[in-house]
Design a binder for this molecule. Sequence first.
Ligand SMILES: Nc1ncnc2c1ncn2[C@@H]1O[C@H](COP(=O)(O)OP(=O)(O)OP(=O)(O)O)[C@@H](O)[C@H]1O
Ligand SMILES: [Mg+2]
Length: 268
Amino acid sequence: MAFIEFNHVGFAYPNGFSAVEDVDFQIEKGENIAIVGQNGAGKTTTVKMMNGLLKPTSGTVIIDGKDTRNFTTAALSRKAGYVFQNPDDQIFHNTVRQEIEFGPHVLGYDKEKVKELTEYSAKLAGLSDEMEENPYNLPLSIRKFVTIASVVAMDTDIIILDEPTAGQDIRGIATLQDMIRELKQKGKTIITITHDMEFVVNNFDKVFVMAHKNLLKITNPKEVFSDSALLDESMLKRPYISELVLQLGLPKNIISRKELVDYICAPV
Ligand SMILES: Nc1ncnc2c1ncn2[C@@H]1O[C@H](COP(=O)(O)OP(=O)(O)OP(=O)(O)O)[C@@H](O)[C@H]1O
Ligand SMILES: [Mg+2]
């Protein structure tokens, strides 16, 4: 049995709107996945089913052997931590420190361990100097890091990041990349929704493409960006290098800056 299993999963919101229809996939422990796709494709709805914030209205979601229908969100959030798309849906404490401490405290870690996890996550998210600030005095891009640190501090096996790249400048993206690299090394299963295709190319080997309430394809960055029909259908933008390569008529499998430089500099 895989670590995360979606078996013919559908979800309709209480108003009857069907947001996800018949999504089927498996993720192994330690895998790192980027989920991409047009606005409204059902990405957030899908990942919210991984930690029980939403329960499927058809099919089953199994997390580490547990059918989410039979467990509370509190129990499931010990396995899977979800960073909300909008940080303001998640933050409710008066200081960054309190916000980050809350998760490990609720999970029952002793005081020393809570402190250790809080400081580790804050450092990883570049927040060590902001610990006594009110999160609402910080810019949205930094508030996003507060929510990421709060989830990382819970030390769950699965970490779900919903659009961490939105509104981040170069420094924010670099911090995110460093965080993801470190969490990968610790064996975490990281699932990241993003609209930033450069970020996908630089950090993920496996890509789930969503469109029209469904999972269109499980693939990798090279395949995604050389498949024009798939890009059109899922309304994805090519990374800059990929666009340039296409316009220059170079091989389509060149998707990163390094690959382009290697190609141009290769001896003839
Ligand atoms: N609480 C809700 N009640 C009813 N419909 C909802 C609710 N939340 C989301 N939806 C609808 O469900 C569909 C899928 O939403 P979802 O947030 O999963 O998309 P998404 O792929 O994450 O999009 P985005 O890239 O814009 O974040 C959208 O049409 C959205 O309007
Ligand atoms: Mg979303």
